[in-house]
Design a protein around this ligand. Structure first.
Ligand SMILES: N[C@@H](CCC(=O)N[C@@H](CS)C(=O)NCC(=O)O)C(=O)O
Length: 332
């Protein structure tokens, strides 16, 4: 009995692998189902009219531009940290682009694959100035506001253990609840990925009353995720992101994309045509990304960088050729 159940499960899994064709599904639907956060400024958040924007949203838009020729053909599905992987596993979404950290466990035991990194982050702490603490090492005994189902929970436990400190976790489901809990004084400190601390701080009624402590206690490479067993789709998501990063390196922007189409530079020529068929896409896949969504620098700037309220510096997320570690393999 048990054996037959196992065989059934194995066959089911194999058939899922053999027949999964997310590209065909997306084309048939005429839109991309993209999993995002429930609302995190700069990364994925919706305005009053329900228009989504952010660095993670731009990865969804890039994939829609590559596949459907139209960056606006995306249906956004807001997900909490706890819900996100199930939504992808069950097929409710075609891809996840939601400040999600690439780890061994997530890559190897959830039936999912990370297609790249669109933001190199690290976990930090935010406190009110009035707490009078200038280092995370002075947080022994603190009550900590944190979000359930995140790597943040695990890193926090490790950090306090290694430094022989105690803490009390006050757990929430969404970032909105977490920041409200912090503002209401439910905890002494809020911990999350550093970029998110800045995104949350601007939601406080008096942002200047809170400070981010200097310690960065983990590596949080954030990136888009797809289901295992559909390599064609995996490649499309991976190379849509790579097109944005390579676009920055080659200086191809929303404004210059059209003119760059007739460039005689061989690398730019390859970038703007001749590669689509290998990915199962039309030849203007990358032109559609760069002309409609823009390159990585443009997306970074308007969503989280100098042109946004967050004003995050490029830091690690600068191109490898400019002192950062953002590096995409070549289009050739
Ligand atoms: N990168 C970490 C943390 C991700 C996470 O969900 N962080 C919260 C902390 S603010 C968040 O972004 N929430 C957005 C939401 O509630 O939808 C992970 O992948 O586990």
């Amino acid at each position: 009995m048990r054996k037959s159940i196992l065989i059934t499960i194995a066959l089911f899994a194999m058939s899922g692998t053999a027949f999964a064709d997310t590209l065909a599904d997306v084309k048939k639907n005429g839109f991309l189902k993209c999993g995002v956060s429930t609302g995190l400024a700069g990364f994925s958040s919706a305005d009053d009219k329900g228009n989504w924007q952010g660095l993670d949203v731009d990865v969804c838009r890039a994939v829609a531009a590559a596949v459907l020729g139209d960056a606006s053909k995306v249906k956004y599905n807001p997900l909490t940290a706890k819900e996100r992987f199930t939504a992808l596993q069950s097929g409710e979404i075609d891809m996840l682009s939601r400040n999600t950290t690439w780890t061994l466990t997530r890559d190897a035991s959830l039936g999912l694959n990370f297609a790249g990194v669109n933001y190199y982050d690290g976990q930090g702490f935010m406190v009110t100035k009035s707490l009078g603490v200038d280092s995370a090492l002075k947080l022994d005994g603190a009550a900590v506001c944190i979000q359930a189902g995140t790597t943040t929970e695990l890193n926090l436990a490790d950090y306090f253990k290694v430094n022989k400190m105690k803490y009390k976790a006050i757990t929430f489901d969404t970032s909105d609840q977490t920041i409200k809990g912090f503002e209401a004084g439910r905890c002494d400190v809020l911990t999350s990925d550093q970029s998110q601390l800045y995104a949350l701080r601007i939601k406080l009624s008096k942002p200047e009353t809170a400070i981010v402590l200097p310690e960065v206690i983990s590596k949080e490479p954030l990136g888009p995720v797809v289901r295992q067993g559909d390599d064609k789709w995996f490649n499309i998501v991976r190379w849509s992101l790579n097109a944005m990063i390579n676009g920055e390196e080659m200086g191809i922007s929303m404004a210059s994309a059209k003119a760059m189409k007739s460039s005689k530079n061989p690398a730019v020529e390859r970038m703007m045509g001749g590669q689509g068929e290998k990915l199962g896409l039309s030849d203007d896949w990358s032109y559609n990304i760069l002309s409609q969504v823009g390159n990585y620098a443009e997306s970074f700037d308007r969503n989280v960088g100098a042109g946004s309220p967050l004003k995050i510096e490029r830091g690690l997320n600068a191109l490898w050729s400019k002192g950062g570690i953002m590096y995409a393999p070549p289009v050739r």
